[in-house]
Design a binder for this molecule. Structure first.
Ligand code: FAD
Length: 406
């Protein structure tokens, strides 16, 4: 995780290792390899690379680029760092760190900290969260803090009362049956990636491009929809999957469609005293459908660890005759909220899933939204992406189908 994004209160009950601390008398194998292979030049990014490689050394991912996708190097170049990772992988991780990792992680305990101007609570049940919210209806909920952390460290925002959700078991489980999935709002994205891998292809794809490993180890779906950012990457996927949001308060619970949760630019339907408890998604296809196609796309200036220019997610259900019986086209980065192209969805239902249909709706898609110009991309570029990504979806899914049929 990124230490600069963690509120100090969240550290309670955890061990902190520093780049000096991993050395333990002599250099750690990743430090030795980085020094030997010239993986450090100006040294500015080196502590971060060492800590990421250190973590990956123990979880067996050290040779994958994912281990360091959240670390930016601007002078050494990635080649010697990759070579150092390969070299370190040759030494088996048998030491006291490996032994400590073999022990069960201690459960997070409840905490209540108070300083002059701030209170930080970490309750350990949903009931306690809701009681605290009755007491402090305008408290700031904090899940992974990967969004709020920037407000704290960069904008020096002071939140008088913070309620952490990361020790609340009811918000940290993924339940699954053959028909539906319910994801606790405070489940870290990395856990969703592994536990739900293969269930929703569009979700797998977007999670892969979401920030970087360090952020996904902390970031949650509750936080991603809680920000109501128009460029949040998971809302288009969840909108395409017709996800519903379960909201809890001391007065009870309600479930609403995610599409109704977003009310305007960074405004949600969440009322004072409410918490996002979970996200519910049905697995099955529309009745009458025999095949489901789905995929998501993220267009940014670099692969990982970047903000979307446009994100898109599609779900199309087809019947035996290759006719569209259900369509969801959802986008981020093109309006004040994550949004669906509802008119286009309605227009293509009943049509044949072929290139002429796609060509017919592309002009309509191009005119569906009026995105903004900003430093990431022009309005015109975004409009073209809205249309062209749908065609890309058609081409890719058709090619995959042709391959399977052959
Ligand atoms: C380096 C970096 C890269 C990033 N890359 C991406 C990216 O690729 N794509 C992307 O979409 N985002 C990205 N983000 C933004 C951020 O990681 C996501 O928005 C993330 O999902 C936020 O989740 P969190 O648990 O950390 O939320 P927090 O920061 O804890 O909370 C965010 C907001 O949601 C509210 N909230 C959290 N949980 C709940 C709940 N259960 N009920 C009600 N309200 C709640 C909080 O009060 C707060 O207003 C990035 C951030 C960083 C720092």
């Amino acid at each position: 995780m990124n230490s600069c994004l963690i509120p100090l209160g969240a550290i309670a009950g955890r061990q902190i290792l520093t780049v000096e601390g991993v050395a333990n008398g002599s250099l750690h194998p990743v430090q030795t390899a980085m020094a030997k292979l010239g993986g450090s030049q100006c040294g500015y990014c080196t502590p971060g690379f060492i800590m990421s490689l250190f973590a990956a050394y123990y979880d067996g991912t050290i040779e994958s680029d994912e281990a360091i996708e959240g670390n930016l190097c601007r002078c050494t170049g990635y080649l010697p760092i990759r070579q150092a990772a390969k070299e370190a992988a040759q030494t088996p991780p048998v030491d006291h760190f490996a032994e400590a990792l073999g022990h069960a992680t201690p459960e997070l305990t409840a905490i209540a900290y108070q300083s002059e101007a701030q209170q930080f609570y970490r309750p350990t049940s949903l009931r306690d969260v809701l009681t605290l919210l009755q007491q402090y209806p305008n408290a700031t909920l904090v899940a992974g803090a990967t969004d709020l952390g920037l407000e704290l460290s960069w904008h020096r925002q002071v939140y008088p009362v913070m309620i952490s959700l990361e020790a609340v078991p009811e918000l940290k489980t993924i339940e699954q049956t053959s028909d539906w999935v319910e994801i606790g709002a405070a489940v870290p994205l990395s856990q969703i990636e592994t536990q739900l891998h293969g269930v929703f292809p569009a979700m797998d794809e977007m999670l892969h491009w979401f920030a970087a490993r360090q952020v996904r180890n902390r970031a949650t779906l509750g936080g991603n929809i809680g920000t109501a950012s128009p460029i949040g990457d998971m809302p288009p996927v969840l909108l395409a999957l017709d996800a519903r949001v379960r909201l809890a308060s001391a007065a009870g619970e309600r479930v609403i469609a995610l599409a109704d949760f977003f009310k305007g630019y960074r405004v949600t339907d969440l009322q004072a005293g409410e918490v996002i408890a979970s996200i519910q998604i049905l697995k099955g296809m529309t009745p009458g459908a025999t095949r489901r196609l789905s995929q998501s796309y993220k267009i940014g200036k670099r692969g990982t660890d970047d903000i979307s220019i446009v994100a898109a997610a599609y779900v199309v259900d087809l019947d035996q005759q290759n006719r569209i019986v259900h369509a969801r086209l959802a986008y981020g980065g093109v309006a004040a909220t994550p949004i669906r192209a509802i008119a286009v969805e309605q227009a293509i239902v009943g049509q044949t899933w072929d290139l002429p249909t796609i060509q017919r709706v592309k002009p309509m898609l191009h005119e569906t939204f009026t995105p903004l110009d900003d430093l990431r991309g022009s309005a015109d570029y975004r409009k073209r992406l809205v249309a062209n990504l749908f065609e890309k979806f058609f081409v890719e899914t058709s090619a995959a189908h042709a391959e399977v049929s052959a």
